[in-house]
Design a protein around this ligand. Structure first.
Ligand code: HEC
Length: 160
């Protein structure tokens, strides 16, 4: 299954004149926690006295990263312009990688899958972001967003 993920013919060839010598900083970044998940809205506007409402039975305190809420917006902001959308007035779906939908992202490029669910270190999509290869142009993805993508893939890259 993992046969043809990272090793691709001419994979980094486009990059030959700007050698990127980045050490993998994934481990260091793992320490940067997505604190936003910890904030939970507590006060429901109960009229009258301040008795705490007996809630919290339905929502588990899960730290799972949601594709729809957290990952798709990142892809939308940094990737879709060249992978399924428009870049400077021109339609672009580079290497047939269409990141406008979950299905398209999981289907991968014309070379095959770019995400290995549960295995971020073998996911080309993440590697290219961490190495600074993607987005090819434009603002880089911030470290905390990269960490979210890593966690989401580690958790199974679900359509959640
Ligand atoms: C400005 C245009 C542009 C943007 C923005 C962009 N890409 Fe790309 N992407 C390309 C081009 C061009 C290629 C094909 C050539 C190459 O590999 O560099 C490519 C190739 C890729 C590949 C390799 C697919 C394969 O199978 O070899 C992946 C994965 C990828 N992009 C992911 C992303 C992700 C994730 C983002 C957002 C963080 C992103 N790209 C943003 C232009 C872009």
């Amino acid at each position: 299954m993992a046969a043809r993920t990272i090793v691709r013919p001419s994979f980094h060839s486009y990059d030959k004149d700007r050698l990127v010598h980045m050490t993998r900083s994934g481990l260091a970044m793992a320490l940067v926690l997505p604190l936003g998940a910890g904030l939970i809205v507590v006060g429901s506007p109960a009229t009258g006295t301040s008795g705490p409402a007996p809630e919290a039975s339905t929502v588990p305190p899960s730290a799972a990263v949601s594709y729809a809420d957290e990952i798709a917006p990142i892809f939308q902001q940094y990737c879709v312009s060249c992978h399924g959308g428009e870049w400077e007035g021109e339609e672009r779906t580079e290497l047939s990688l269409d990141m406008t939908t979950y299905e398209g992202t999981m289907a991968g490029s014309e070379y095959g899958s770019v995400i290995e669910p549960g295995d971020p270190d073998n996911s080309l999509l993440l590697e290219m972001i961490e190495d600074g290869d993607m987005p090819e142009e434009g603002d880089p993805v911030p470290p905390e967003d990269i960490e979210k993508i890593r966690t989401w893939i580690a958790e199974g890259a679900e359509n959640n």
